[in-house]
Design a protein around this ligand. Structure first.
Ligand SMILES: *[C@@H]1O[C@H](CO)[C@@H](O)[C@H](O)[C@H]1NC(C)=O
Ligand SMILES: *[C@@H]1O[C@H](CO)[C@@H](O)[C@H](O)[C@H]1NC(C)=O
Ligand SMILES: *[C@@H]1O[C@H](CO)[C@@H](O)[C@H](O)[C@H]1NC(C)=O
Ligand SMILES: *[C@@H]1O[C@H](CO)[C@@H](O)[C@H](O)[C@H]1NC(C)=O
Ligand SMILES: *[C@@H]1O[C@H](CO)[C@@H](O)[C@H](O)[C@H]1NC(C)=O
Ligand SMILES: *[C@@H]1O[C@H](CO)[C@@H](O)[C@H](O)[C@H]1NC(C)=O
Ligand SMILES: *[C@@H]1O[C@H](CO)[C@@H](O)[C@H](O)[C@H]1NC(C)=O
Ligand SMILES: *[C@@H]1O[C@H](CO)[C@@H](O)[C@H](O)[C@H]1NC(C)=O
Ligand SMILES: *[C@@H]1O[C@H](CO)[C@@H](O)[C@H](O)[C@H]1NC(C)=O
Length: 229
């Protein structure tokens, strides 16, 4: 087992650290007065120099599409709560300024538009799925187009129950924080995190995991925080 050296670096430290570049970029153009007006489902908050949009109770794709203009070039954070759609419309976010997407208490038939091509969501650095049901369980390889992700947080969400040996070929190599909790993970295969050389926080808690082999991790690991309770 790799040494869990320093437990003081918290999840929120990561989030703030990751948002900072976006925040400074947006500083020149965003102001509280110009926080974009949104539709009935959303509220817009001016948080420091960037916008955060929080939308809830959307059941129609047209409701989601109506939000896109509000995201514009200054929104860094989008939170979706109680959204029930056929799929998570990541394609529509592929060119947006969003750094952080938080989806909670929601359900989808599947992760992606099954009939569309999946463009890389280039700016997305942080994805959280919290209490999300995918009727067609999400396979890890479906994260492969989120190429710049640094934080992946999965809580009580229907994902593939095995972290497979080639997991680190599927997900972003830039991951610094990976959390998969309360999601019925039964097995982590050897070498599965091998390519995630910048991973500093790993939390795989409240699953059905019995063993965790040393060679799951990269050989030269930067891990500072490991939680497997
Ligand atoms: C994103 O930008 C690329 C290149 O400019 C373009 O081909 C693509 O259609 C855009 N995607 C969306 C969803 O607007
Ligand atoms: C999910 O619902 C709980 C309580 O019902 C709430 O506290 C939480 O913020 C919601 N999650 C998200 C991501 O909106
Ligand atoms: C799903 O993808 C197809 C094919 O690219 C596209 O025509 C359709 O508009 C997409 N659906 C939504 C809701 O974005
Ligand atoms: C990733 O995007 C490319 C196009 O940019 C597409 O050909 C490929 O099918 C996508 N992969 C996944 C897993 O969505
Ligand atoms: C998950 O759902 C439970 C039950 O509705 C709720 O109490 C909890 O706050 C939710 N957690 C998150 C992170 O949304
Ligand atoms: C998990 O999510 C479901 C809804 O998808 C909710 O009913 C349940 O309370 C959640 N469990 C926990 C431990 O948050
Ligand atoms: C985990 O498994 C239990 C028991 O089969 C099930 O009730 C629960 O919904 C599963 N959780 C997720 C996130 O799929
Ligand atoms: C991942 O492993 C599976 C089973 O070993 C294999 O079928 C698949 O082609 C591999 N994918 C990649 C991207 O290497
Ligand atoms: C890992 O972190 C270093 C230092 O911040 C950075 O230069 C490098 O590009 C990162 N590698 C990946 C794969 O993200």
């Amino acid at each position: 087992m790799a040494p869990a050296r320093n437990l003081s670096l918290s999840y929120s430290t990561f989030v703030i650290a990751l948002l900072w570049p976006a925040a400074t970029l947006a500083a020149s153009i965003a102001s509280p007065e110009s926080c974009p007006v949104t539709n009935n489902h959303c509220t817009c908050l001016f948080k420091g120099p960037f916008y955060s949009l929080r939308c809830n109770s959307m059941r129609e794709m047209t409701d989601f599409k109506a939000v896109l203009p509000s995201i514009g070039e200054n929104a860094a954070v989008l939170e979706l709560d109680s959204v029930h759609l056929d799929f998570l419309p990541l394609n529509d976010l592929s060119n947006s300024s969003l750094h952080t997407l938080i989806v909670g208490n929601s359900s989808f038939q599947r992760l992606h538009n099954s009939s569309g091509m999946h463009q890389p969501a280039v700016n997305l650095h942080h994805l959280s799925l919290e209490n999300v049901t995918f009727h067609e369980k999400v396979q890890w390889k479906q994260f492969s187009n989120l190429t710049n992700l640094q934080v992946l947080f999965v809580y009580n969400t229907s994902v593939q129950n095995v972290i497979p040996a080639n997991f680190s070929q599927y997900v972003s190599k830039h991951l610094v924080s990976l959390t998969v909790t309360e999601s019925n993970i039964t097995r982590i295969e050897r070498n599965s995190l091998e390519l995630l050389t910048n991973l500093t926080a790993l939390r795989i808690s409240y699953n059905n995991l019995r063993t965790f082999a040393r060679d799951v991790l990269p050989q030269t690991s930067k891990l500072e925080q490991l939680r497997l309770e």
